[in-house]
Design a protein around this ligand. Structure first.
Ligand SMILES: [Zn+2]
Length: 155
């Protein structure tokens, strides 16, 4: 095999991982929110950017973001040494698209929450806190069940 073949195979492998719909960080957030009693739709294609989680009742969308892929700027955001130009272009497009999607969603009245891979546990915990606070506001202290009405989507 030529070095080129190796690197493009490696590149596809990485891209499959990064682009996978059911990446481990996303599953973590889904499990945590679900365990906390929240229900959501997944990858809603009607919304810009197809948010990973959509909590319609809270008018909140959640994107679980890979630090490299969406360029968090943390220590995990290290450009691969091979095909640097390729990655730079890809990532720059993602960042631009993320910004556009977030702006459009905000304009539609959605609250946009980002959960970065490197802050997974703490960001998920504070997201749950935020939603609980909102939940109390929505429920207004009544004893109605919060689980029955929302339909959980599938990919
Ligand atoms: Zn990060």
């Amino acid at each position: 095999m030529s070095p080129d073949t190796v690197s493009s195979a490696e590149r596809s492998r990485i891209m499959r991982q990064v682009r996978s719909k059911n990446t481990t960080p996303e599953m973590y957030v889904r499990r945590a929110l679900h365990a906390a009693g929240f229900r959501f739709r997944l990858h809603d294609r009607r919304l810009p950017g197809h948010p990973d989680l959509v909590l319609a009742r809270f008018k909140t969308v959640v994107f679980v973001q890979g630090c490299l892929w969406h360029w968090h700027g943390c220590r995990r955001s290290r450009m691969p040494s091979s095909n640097a130009n390729y990655w730079q272009r890809k990532i720059a497009r993602n960042v631009e698209r993320d910004a556009q999607n977030a702006a459009t969603l905000s304009g539609m009245g959605w609250r946009v929450e980002l959960v970065w891979e490197c802050e997974l546990a703490s960001a998920t915990a504070s997201l749950i806190e935020t939603l609980r606070t909102k939940n109390q506001a929505v429920a207004g202290g009544s004893s109605t069940s919060r689980n029955d009405s929302d339909v959980e989507g599938r990919c």
